[in-house]
Design a protein around this ligand. Sequence first.
Ligand SMILES: NC(=O)c1ccc[n+]([C@@H]2O[C@H](COP(=O)([O-])OP(=O)(O)OC[C@H]3O[C@@H](n4cnc5c(N)ncnc54)[C@H](OP(=O)(O)O)[C@@H]3O)[C@@H](O)[C@H]2O)c1
Length: 388
Amino acid sequence: MTRSLTILGATGSIGRSTADVVLAHRDEFRVEAVVGGRDAAALAEVARRLGARFAALSDERGGETLKEALSGTGIASGAGQSAILEAVARETDVVLAAISGTAGLAPTHAALKAGRRIALANKESLVCAGEAFMADARRLGVEIMPVDSEHNALDHALAAGLNRDVEKAVITASGGPFRTWSKERIAQADADVASAHPVWSMGSKINIDSATLMNKGLELIEAHHLFGLEAERLDVLVHPEAIVHGLVQWRDGAVTAGLALPDMKVPIANALRHRERLQMDLPRLDLAAIGRLSFDRPDEERFPCLSLAKAALKAGGAMPTVLNAANEIAVEAYRAGRIRFYDISEMVESVCSTFSGRRLSAPAIVADALEIDREAREAAMGLMPAHA
Ligand SMILES: NC(=O)c1ccc[n+]([C@@H]2O[C@H](COP(=O)([O-])OP(=O)(O)OC[C@H]3O[C@@H](n4cnc5c(N)ncnc54)[C@H](OP(=O)(O)O)[C@@H]3O)[C@@H](O)[C@H]2O)c1
């Protein structure tokens, strides 16, 4: 049966992998709408390739360029927030949510509220407004299928038993480019070096989060909301081969794990098809050829962002929202060469401690999450001169 699909973040790394999956299964999918940020030419190209019916660009200034690039194709287009809302309001079976960062919150939530099944890559939606998203998903009966390889693996592993029998759910981290580096050497590394991920090919922001291990911390928070598991039952293992993505340890000592070669097309295809399996023309996992898989505990001394994210998860309330906002500002500054690697964790820690006294409760609606996000960003920006 053909499924209709809208792709938020269609020009990004996840968006492009999604386009590959769709183009390899022409009979299985029909693309209703594609949404992008600023790159009108790239959005027009993906809209043409996929034969989408509508293309929406967030940046209003690119609206004319997009329109011109699509003229004669029959693909309608628009720009600005209203165009994005128009894209998510269009009838579809599934919305793949892959806008990067907090910018993904409002469009993803609008799709959820419209009752669309969500294939979720934008982890920030759950990190910043997890309570609000999950409450609305339950109320509206909307399913959220995780695209993150770790959560996709956990989703399947957890189906092997009951939530109350889970002793621990573990997500793995490849360890990033600095896995074996000394703290002194990491401290000197610039954003280009930090962006060179050893395993995954990803967008620039998540690459830096992988180097700091903040990405793994955000994923713990995401797992907490997706699977209803408290901090004490969630853990991280470093696994450089990135073959085992998630493991569930049951109370009888048995372990169920999700394995695959590291290619985002695998969890994307699965999330799009609602747990069904598509025939994928990809290399197969050959464990005998790999020979050996290795695991290690994360070093939170060299990667303090992981401890900060764990602390935010334990603190609960609005702390994950604050953590995420401060991290986005710090990562942007690091990428611009304005601060150094360990300034990221220092800034995040400083903003979190500023907010900790206020004991803000978890945002019950997305608008509240965005307001806390705004305040935390301002606080992070305020720290910038001292760190620049
Ligand atoms: N990459 C991975 O392997 C991976 C794995 C798991 C989860 N994720 C998550 O998936 C999300 C996307 O990651 P990515 O690596 O694909 O990022 P990316 O390559 O940087 O792509 C981001 C996408 O979002 C669009 N965008 C940015 N700001 C926007 C806005 N204000 N409105 C509408 N669209 C906007 C970009 O459009 P322009 O290109 O026009 O700016 C682009 O299409 C992130 O939340 C990330 O944590 C990624």
